[in-house]
Design a binder for this molecule. Structure first.
Ligand SMILES: [Zn+2]
Ligand SMILES: [Zn+2]
Length: 283
């Protein structure tokens, strides 16, 4: 099993999470690979949650040193907040450092933080969910086309707080811009993530919902990863086997691993088989 979305202490919302604790947790849970994806947020109100640019070399070095002491494969990555105005800046940071894997995220849409319970309400106010989703996927598509990212994180993150204002979204509400974004994803060989934190957040599903995965497969998206979005070692690997089963149900046969930002496809069937064997042997 592999976990491709993990925050350690350089994410200020995971300040207590140590790489060494994740390694111990991985050994205990049969997780063979961890991609550390600390937040990089270069502008906006949440820059304080981000790794500071000058800390990046030390962050990567810390992961490389930890690698020398374990058989768990450790990747140095980021979860980057995408802002259209920051493309050049982000490109310089990503090119200037030795990363293995880069997640792209859209937590902010046109100045509204949809990851904030208090702000998200205004994003949905006085319009249909479809209008809100279309606005989201316009930015998402631009992020895909920027060429900055390997995989897009939590593809329908916008629905995180909907239930708090008495709204809910089903597949029919996701709009049409999403289909253009999925075509762009396939054309640019960018991937999507199944992120199991959606269940922890109480949305009742992973990000994205199952119908989204089916549409992505039909659009020809080939690159998929799974991640727990852990901010503490306690949730490492959470529900990932189930997430991979959902990918299989959506007709995906392979998922991707990364090194030096190059991806390798691995068989989903083999991974589930190995995970089952390990569970049976109790190792
Ligand atoms: Zn995120
Ligand atoms: Zn995250």
């Amino acid at each position: 099993m592999i976990d491709y979305h993990v925050h350690e202490r350089h994410s200020r919302d995971a300040a207590a999470a140590k790489i060494s604790e994740y390694i111990v947790a991985a050994e205990g849970r049969g997780i063979t690979e961890i991609a550390f994806t600390t937040h990089l947020i270069t502008i906006g109100p949440d820059v304080d949650l981000s790794i500071r640019e000058e800390e990046i070399p030390e962050y990567i070095k810390e992961i490389r040193i930890a690698q020398d002491g374990t058989r768990i494969k450790l990747l140095a990555g980021l979860e980057v907040d995408y802002f259209p105005s920051e493309e050049r800046h982000l490109e310089a940071i990503l090119k200037g450092n030795d990363f293995d894997f880069i997640l792209g995220s859209t937590h902010y849409i046109n100045g509204i933080d949809i990851g904030s319970q208090s702000q998200a309400e205004s994003y949905f106010a006085n319009r249909s969910i479809t209008e809100a989703a279309d606005e989201y996927y316009k930015v998402w598509k631009r992020a895909i086309e920027s060429g900055l990212f390997d995989v897009m994180a939590h593809p329908d993150y916008w629905r995180k707080y909907l239930r708090f204002y008495g709204r809910s979204a089903s597949w029919g509400d996701y709009g049409s811009v999403l289909y253009d974004a999925l075509d762009a994803m396939a054309d640019n060989n960018v991937g999507l993530e199944v992120n199991t934190a959606g269940k922890r957040a109480g949305t009742g599903n992973y990000y994205p919902i199952q119908e989204f995965l089916v549409a992505a497969h039909e659009a020809g998206v080939k690159v998929v990863t799974v991640g727990s979005d852990s901010h503490t070692a306690g949730t490492l690997g959470n529900h990932l086997e189930d997430a991979i089963r959902q990918l299989r149900e959506a007709s995906f046969t392979h998922m991707s691993t990364f090194k030096d930002r190059k991806n390798t496809r691995i068989s989903i069937g083999d991974m589930l088989e190995r995970t089952r064997t390990r569970a049976k042997l109790g190792v």
